[in-house]
Write a protein of this length. Structure first.
Length: 417
């Protein structure tokens, strides 16, 4: 389905199939092709990498079809989403002169900005992201240009994924390129492990089918065709077990593995190794995603610190794009970011009991006033509807108690010794 056209000064990029939809002006700039999935082996991977690294005419569509295929792997998807969520779940804020700018922050709290953050992080996995921005009324939006139709080295847009010539980027306005032209992304390093694991899992499944289920053996008289037909009918009614039909003169030798349990362990260990290598590539560790016999709490803490460093690097990468690469885009979209910067506000994680102790020390030792609204918000306590009346009554009660205590003290001082 073609995307709706956007107005800008120098051109639009429409994406769709070979058919032009009703109401669409002109053919699509990019004609999509269904990705090739499944049946991919290491030879396909090597061919795709060589085509992508071709010095004269880099062609990446085979490599990106392979990326789309390996992203169906559950473990790879899990660790990628975990890394992206570390950034997506963090609050981003635009500040000018040290104070939040509500006009800009209203834009970045919208759904388009959340998608943009994900596509910026995806540039590390795919090698790059190319976005075209436009306005929809008062809101900014953008489209991610299909990576198979982009040649980042020669900076051209390809109509068909197999083309070697295309339209220059300069024909289109408000384009933002994120990443490096020669970078193939982290998925290029993850692909071999996914392919090895997928093939190993297939062999493991076949091994389980052969050695995990018994075989039905039917013996019939070679001269009795009716007996053979009855055996076939009986087998069809029993189930899906492997079946062997033979006459009395035929013999089947079924040679089993010497150590079936050990053979199964080989498959499991190889799959585990592939998952560990993928985890180390994406997250920098293994213990935050899977348990280990040698894993300890101390070692897990070390691995968690490594993962936190990866997340911190992703945040800095995102801020570099927002504060520098997107400055001109924001200006053309009517968003004033001059004199300010995007940041991740630091939140201090303090235990509630520790917070109470800190506030108590502030009041007693430093005699500093603390806002009642802050206390209600900080500890998640609902403020009473008649707060002002209750506050006044408590204040009057406190004054009466203080006056009574003062009179009692004076009376005790006036008593003769």
């Amino acid at each position: 389905m073609a995307k709706k056209q956007k107005r800008n000064n120098r051109g639009i990029i429409t994406v769709g199939g070979n058919l032009t939809l009703p109401g669409q002006k002109g053919p699509n700039v990019i004609v999509l092709t269904q990705p090739k999935r499944f049946g991919i082996d290491i030879a396909d991977y090597m061919t795709a990498v060589r085509a992508a690294e071709n010095v004269d005419y880099s062609r990446r569509y085979k490599l990106y079809d392979l990326y789309a295929d390996i992203l169906m792997d559950t473990h790879l998807t899990c660790v990628i989403e975990k890394r992206k969520n570390a950034v997506l779940c963090s609050d981003i804020e635009f500040r000018r002169d040290g104070k939040p700018d509500d006009a800009v922050n209203e834009q970045i709290r919208s759904p388009w900005f959340n998608r943009l953050v994900g596509d910026i992080i995806d540039a590390k996995f795919w090698g790059f992201s190319l976005c075209q921005f436009y306005r929809e009324g008062e809101w900014v939006d953008y489209d991610l240009i299909p990576r198979k139709h982009v040649d980042p080295v020669r900076r051209i847009i390809l109509r068909h994924q197999t083309d070697i010539v295309g339209l220059p980027w300069e024909n289109y306005s408000d384009l933002l390129f994120i990443g490096s032209p020669d970078d193939l992304g982290l998925l290029a390093k993850a692909a071999p492990w996914v392919i090895y694991k997928r093939n190993t899992t297939g062999d493991w499944s076949q091994f389980s089918e052969l050695f995990g289920m018994p075989i039905q053996e039917y013996v019939y008289n070679s001269d009795d065709e009716q007996s053979r037909q009855r055996a076939i009918e009986d087998a069809a009614n029993i189930g899906s077990l492997a079946q062997f039909f033979h006459d009395e003169d035929t013999k089947l030798n079924f040679i089993e593995a010497g150590n079936k349990t050990g053979s199964a362990d080989v498959y499991e260990r190889l799959c585990e190794r592939c998952n560990n290598e993928i985890s180390k590539l994406v997250l920098g560790n293994t213990l935050t995603t899977e348990s280990s016999e040698n894993g300890t709490q101390a070692l897990g803490t070390v691995h968690k610190k490594v993962e936190d460093k990866v997340a911190e690097a992703d945040k800095r990468y995102l801020l570099d794009v927002l504060n520098y690469d997107m400055a001109d885009i924001f200006a053309r979209m009517g968003i004033d970011t001059a004199g300010g910067n995007f940041c991740f506000p630091e939140k201090k994680e303090i235990d509630p009991t520790a917070k109470v102790n800190i506030l108590t020390q502030i009041a007693r030792q430093f005699d500093l006033p603390v806002s009642d609204d802050y206390l209600y918000e900080e500890f998640g306590i609902e403020k009473p509807a008649d707060y002002d009346r209750l506050k006044k009554e408590r204040e009057e009660l406190r004054k009466r108690e203080e006056a009574a205590a003062k009179r009692l003290q004076q009376q005790q001082q006036q008593k003769p010794e």
